[in-house]
Design a protein around this ligand. Sequence first.
Ligand code: MN
Length: 254
Amino acid sequence: MSRPKILVTNDDGIYASGIKALWEAMSEIGDVTVVAPNREQSAVGHAITVSDPLRVEEVIRANGFHGYAVNGTPADCVKIAIQALLEDKPDLVVSGINHGSNTGNNIIYSGTVSAATEGTMLDIPSIAVSLNSFEDSDFTGAQSVAKAVVLKVFENGLSKKTLLNVNVPSIPENEIKGYKITQQGNAVFKDRFEKREDPRGNTYYWMTGKMIDPDLEIDNDQKAVSDGFVSITPIHYRLTNHDFLDELNSWDFS
Ligand code: MN
């Protein structure tokens, strides 16, 4: 393949450190276009904008970073990039590098994964990359992982309707223990709503919480990254529970 065309997006917004790191890494492999939300859109899931116009603005950051900021969600960005902004369909969509892991049940809320899902729905091989830390600003290891995974996808192709959800441990690159192909686990945020009072005496709530993994003994996505491995999970978005079809068919609806 000649130089591949790569669409880069995220959910932390076009000004995040992670997307700049991803742009840098992908630029070594192909011709990159960045189309990303103009502000943080973490945990918006697969939402799209239908009742408001989408506006696109060029953004230039240090060291040659160039992209398009959209006042929409990650899924909007992938849609508008492919269907309106880009001259040619990209060969690959890469979303990230997200600040914080996207594992277990949290995948359903993830804007990072949803952007990759949108790419998959538009029939383009897609990858989501997340770093297992909300604070860490060292994306070096995740950059190397992103490059390695992308090259493998170009080499092997991806199964239709399937994206790769990649989570990278937040440790120095030379301490990463290797790669594990994993299943989605059940990690989830145990929510807590902090009750506060605004300056006018009105009550408001702010959701906070911490991630818990009920299956710490089972090899899954979150356990792999917690143990120092890169986790790669093949994800698909089709939701039918095939195991239940027979039983449901046996119900008498007449
Ligand atoms: Mn995010």
